[in-house]
Write a protein that binds this ligand. Sequence first.
Ligand code: ZN
Length: 313
Amino acid sequence: MEQIDDGVWSLEQPFSGTMPFTVAYLLVGRDGGITVIDPGERSDGNLTRLEKACERLGYALRDIRLVIGTHLHRDHVALVDDLRAAAGCEFAFGAVEWGAMQSLVSGEAETTWLRRYEDWGIPARARAELIELPAPAVPFSREPDRLLADGETIALTGRRLRVITTPGHTPGHLCMWDPDSRLVFTGDHILPFTYSGLGLGGVYSPGAVSDYLSSLDAVAQLPARCGLPGHEAPFPNVAARAGDLARHQLQRGGEVTAALDAGLESVWAIAATLTWSAGWENLHGFHLRSALAQTAMHLESLRRNDCVDAEAR
Ligand SMILES: [Zn+2]
């Protein structure tokens, strides 16, 4: 556990996925109540680690009053069921993200993926691989106590957090802005070193790319002194990093345009011409689906802009 600022601590919670750990943040209020942002993956070890962290601060697990989840990925929020049972705390989650989670629960997200595979011109072998992908895990079972909307303020004792809805990584991802300490909790919207990806929760919307660029800009506009991400380490240059990520997407959009100009049509054919950090031929399973989805999102974004241009003419 590491102290980040007055009353703000970070705790690395191990996770059995592509990242070695998720970062949980503990905010200690003046009345001794603790707020946790993203408690982490569900495991006995992670619950114990959180309990030990509270004890090191002179408190107990039951002093956790509120848990805030930035987005629906299990490495961030799946511990919340156990934590609510053990600490009796409240759970606040994004209203839009809760809607996206319902699409996982109802199976709508899976049905949408299957329909999209049909439209994307995917060769039979790769399509069979994608169809075999397991349905994404539903991260928690009980409805949140509080659904958060963009711009609302969460009042804690001695601290306020402003909710910023930052769609992109998932449909209703949230960042939390503390205007007094000028810290911004960025979840997976902005990581300092890794590109966290786009459209990775439930059903992505046709406007996903422009929503993502707008939400990068919204965070870049904050006079932040430090970004506190959901993985990796605190980073000072929030606006610069948001700019890097926006450029990465704009570059991909440029590559999609070039592929269209070259006469390519299907999502599969276009995706194969784009720059992927792992290399196109090395993409399989979730990574392949994510690459195809990102390509499709760019195509939809370009088509929407075409419609706007056509209307303007
Ligand atoms: Zn994550």
